[in-house]
Ligand binder design. Structure first.
Ligand code: DC
Length: 220
């Protein structure tokens, strides 16, 4: 099986770029952030005190999270409920960032993520795919863009959905999330030793997809 690890900070366009590249390459696209978001959503709903290890363990034991693919699109199921849309709010995103720093949460998701790469050719997107989840991935790419460009793209994306937002707030959130993700003790966001850095700050979406596909095709 061929596995491609795509890591990088929030809002670098990873999911749009990786999803489209996976489609062109005919690989399964796995968005691992959705799993952390789902745990974040479940923690918020159940009022779990995430500072309390025992409470987190209890929550994890009660969870039934599955990824299914409908027409090639990834959907996340929490029990019977399709939470794919509900995990996309800014609040779920902040909760995801918090729960993702908890060792028990990362351990809980490790096998789920690895299992995908056992049965299919995957292009897996996250923060620690090349460093922790799939250290033997065939190709590792660290996809990034400047915080300002990421904030601009995010504002545009939210406005297109009719959601009002403030550029400075969005930029502040991105910088906070980058800091949290790269300074946590466990599986911090950083390029794997042999990762190729792909900076999309000056690229359009199409150019970024082309660049990613080319990097993979040259190496597998
Ligand atoms: O990619 P995303 O924004 O949907 O990720 C949501 C949060 O989950 C983000 O704060 C980082 C965390 N995450 C992680 O720690 N490890 C992963 N493999 C994927 C996401």
């Amino acid at each position: 099986m061929i596995s491609i690890a795509i890591d990088g900070p929030a809002g670098a366009g990873k999911s749009s770029i990786a999803r489209a590249a996976a489609e062109r390459l005919n690989y399964i696209y796995v968005d691992t952030g959705a799993l952390y978001r789902t745990i974040g959503l479940a923690a918020a709903r159940s009022n779990t005190n995430i500072q309390n290890e025992a409470e987190v363990e209890k929550l994890l034991k009660s969870l039934d999270i599955n990824i299914v693919f409908f027409n090639g699109e990834q959907h996340v199921l929490l029990g019977d409920e399709d939470v794919s849309e509900k995990i996309r709010t800014e609040q779920a995103s902040m909760m995801a960032s918090k729960v993702s720093a908890i060792p028990a949460v990362r351990a809980y998701l490790l096998d789920t993520q690895r299992d995908f790469a056992k049965t299919d050719n995957v292009l897996m997107d996250g923060r620690d795919i090349g460093t922790v989840v799939l250290p033997n991935a065939s190709v590792k790419i660290f996809l990034t863009a400047s915080p300002e460009i990421r904030a601009k793209r995010r504002v545009k994306q939210l406005e297109e959905k009719g959601i009002k937002c403030d550029y400075d707030e969005v930029l502040k959130d991105i910088i906070t999330r980058d800091y949290n993700d790269s300074h946590r003790e466990i599986a911090p966001l950083k390029p794997a030793e042999n990762a190729i850095i792909l900076d999309t700050s000056d690229m359009t979406l199409e150019e970024s997809i082309d660049a990613l596909v080319k990097l993979v095709e040259e190496r597998v």
